[in-house]
Design a protein around this ligand. Structure first.
Ligand code: HEM
Length: 255
């Protein structure tokens, strides 16, 4: 069977663009959802309960996993094909060519870092929330404590009270920034916007989108870390079960 999406280089790039676009939309939604945690623990936990082990949330999770797998498998195939096509010139690409961004030459490596970070992130959050609920339990263990599986605010406060998690998430988010910065631009290019007029505009749009997404996530990580050490905290740190917060800090917040 001669399938355009499987056999041609353009078809594979199209799959990368479509899956990449859907993943960027997910990231924008996920980042915006997490910002709610900075404003209200209860509101954030309501969103978490809505996106818990309900059939629509499970369907969305399966769809999301399929997008990540497709995006990664096609990236791998395209990279291997490019590598083969370069033949004896394959070592020439390690020389820095002017105008060729570092990220564009390291998309697969950046993607692997993003996937590894995602694995750790799912262990920190998804496995303690949706998975626990799918297994039929309503409570989950964070450190020494037991909290409700939809108490996302408590799990965030606990996770980012550990300095090593903060360091790992910042490295992960930096890799995500480089990956998105080139990826969003590349998506537009595949869609045919690669002329002189649009080039600088789309470069700027890619930087804006990737910076917005990464800063939004980083704001949550850093706010909760600072909250855990100095007590001057966001409301979400003071959800009943959040152990990262000092009592003095939480006293100023009404539950
Ligand atoms: C750094 C701040 C972040 C926080 C506080 C955060 C928080 C969460 C929480 C609470 C969940 C569990 C939701 C549930 O099961 O009900 C979750 C799931 C998830 N997160 Fe994040 N997240 C962050 C960053 C990211 C980033 C940067 C990515 C992607 C690169 C990401 C991708 C995911 C995915 C794929 C899931 C599973 C979604 C699903 O179950 O459908 N998250 N996150």
């Amino acid at each position: 069977m001669n399938c355009f999406l499987l056999n041609s280089s353009l078809g594979k790039k199209l799959v990368m663009s479509i899956t990449g676009c859907a993943l960027v939309l997910f990231l924008l939604f996920h980042m915006a959802m997490n910002l709610v945690a900075l404003v209200s623990a209860d509101a954030y936990n309501m969103v978490c309960a809505f996106l818990g082990a309900n059939w629509y949330a499970v369907v969305a999770t399966v769809g999301l996993a399929a997008l990540v797998v497709l995006h990664f498998v096609y990236a791998f195939i395209l990279t291997v094909n490019n590598y083969k096509a370069r033949g004896s010139q394959r070592y020439a690409v390690t020389v820095n060519e002017p105008g060729v961004e570092w990220a564009s030459k390291n998309m697969l490596v950046l993607g692997v870092i993003v996937i590894l970070g995602l694995g750790l992130h799912l262990v920190h959050f998804w496995s303690k929330m949706m998975l626990v609920e799918l297994m039929g339990s309503e409570i989950t263990q964070i450190g020494e404590e037991v909290v409700h599986a939809t108490d996302g605010a408590a799990i965030i406060a606990f996770t980012f009270s550990k300095w090593y998690n903060v360091v790992l998430y910042i490295i992960w988010l930096a890799a995500l920034w480089f990956h998105l910065n080139h990826g969003v631009w590349s998506m537009f290019q595949t869609a045919g916007f690669a002329n002189d007029k649009w080039y600088p505009r789309l470069k700027c749009a890619s930087k804006l989108v990737s910076t917005l997404i990464v800063l939004g996530f980083a704001a949550v990580v850093i706010t909760f870390f600072v909250c855990s050490i100095c007590g001057c905290c966001a409301d979400a740190c003071c959800s009943e079960a959040a152990q990262a917060c000092t009592e003095a800090c939480c006293a100023g917040h009404a539950h």
